[in-house]
Design a protein around this ligand. Structure first.
Ligand SMILES: [Zn+2]
Length: 381
């Protein structure tokens, strides 16, 4: 999988870095610790088909030990899959901020989604290609090991190699399902994007993914709960991708400076809430940069949300500097509007201060961005 939207960035915050490969920080999400418990148990279960896993091993500690080894090897293969995407992406000059391992697999956080269909196609195929290569390599190793006389230890190793081969082939097939958020969805979009505009290509690919999800869901009702869960995962993933693309395509070429409010009203930190409310009624802005009364330097930002919590009878005695958000996030005037939206979601704030050469020149809010997406999206049809 390759993801980059705002919601996923929350995942990045609850992750621990374990190393660096090709200059990319490799991280493990806290949910991954669950994998180290659940996977070995699942791989040791009696009722799992004897195709892969270690239910056949008599000794319980050995059984779990082998299952844990398989789990760690499997996730190393997931990491190699993500590195496959990243390696090709780097060839196209795309910066990979990190690779994070989570319960469902890996996420390579890219700075931007490649709009060039050839690049997107190659980057998307690289991951599954790595999985296939590992699968084939392990399968050949298995065939060689299986042909020599088996000792008990060798037998376990042989079975481990076989299981790894089997799981990598599953990874390969699963990722090529032509639906977002799987790599196959991106391959399909890239295929369409060679023939039509990007947004239209995304919509087509999303449509195919959703239909596939519905078909899987119906089969799931007859066959297994797992298929229903995968169908749900695919359906949600497809919708998210459509939304993200719609927003980023709509805001394409639009700069922060085009949407920001320029006519800034600064307020001193020593202003009371009552005074600020009066100003808000007058000026009709919801966010105000707060400056130090004497030095005139910026000390925070205050919005309607900050003062909503203050009880009415405290309005005269509470100062703006007591309730303001001191942690001000700034963006430059010529930054892309889509980056402003990303920053607002990542930091979970209502607005950003806009600066030019270190001087505050405006303010841009979530509402400003949402309003323009609605207007521009509408006019585009
Ligand atoms: Zn992938």
């Amino acid at each position: 999988m390759t993801e980059q939207d705002g919601a996923r960035q929350i995942i990045m915050k609850t992750s621990i870095q374990i190393g660096k490969v090709m200059g990319i920080p490799i991280k493990i999400h806290i949910s991954f610790l669950l994998v180290l418990v659940v996977f070995p148990i699942a791989l040791s279960m009696e009722n799992i088909d004897n195709v892969f896993g270690f239910s056949y091993v008599e000794s319980i500690p050995l059984r779990y030990g082998l299952a844990l080894a398989l789990t760690i090897l499997l996730f190393s293969c997931v990491l190699l899959h993500e590195l496959g995407h990243s390696w090709v992406a780097q060839r196209y000059g795309i910066v990979i901020r990190s690779i994070t391992l989570i319960v469902l697999g890996g996420i390579a956080a890219m700075e931007e989604v490649p709009r060039d269909p050839r690049a997107e196609m190659r980057i998307s195929i690289a991951g599954p290609a790595v999985s296939l290569a590992i699968g084939v390599f392990c399968c050949m190793t298995y065939l060689i090991l299986n042909s020599i006389p088996q000792t008990p230890v060798l037998h376990h190793v042989t079975h481990l190699v076989w299981s790894l081969s089997f799981l990598n082939i599953i990874l390969f097939v699963f990722n090529l399902i032509p639906a977002f958020p799987m790599d196959g969805g991106r391959v399909l979009r890239a295929w369409y994007a060679k023939r039509m505009p990007y947004l239209q290509a995304t919509r087509k690919a999303v449509h195919v993914g959703k239909m596939l999800a519905v078909v899987m869901g119906v089969f799931g009702l007859l066959a297994s709960i797992w298929l229903i869960l995968i169908a749900l995962f695919v359906y949600i993933g497809a919708s998210e991708e459509e939304k993200f693309t719609e927003v980023s395509v709509t805001l394409e070429g639009i700069r922060v400076g085009d949407l920001m409010t320029r006519d800034l009203v600064h307020v001193p930190g020593t202003m009371t809430i009552s005074e600020l409310l009066r100003l808000m009624f007058e000026r009709k802005y919801l966010g105000y940069p707060v400056i130090d009364q004497y030095s005139k330097s910026l000390i925070g930002i205050v919005t309607f949300t900050d003062i909503r919590e203050v009880p009415m009878n405290m309005h005269d005695s509470t100062l703006v500097q007591d309730v303001m958000t001191a942690d001000v996030i700034t963006i430059t005037e010529d930054a892309d509007a889509i980056d402003a939206l990303k920053m607002i979601s990542t930091h979970n704030v209502g607005q950003l201060l806009v600066e030019r050469g270190g001087i505050t020149v405006g303010i841009i809010s979530r509402t400003d961005l949402m309003r323009s997406i609605a207007v521009l999206g509408y006019s585009e049809g």
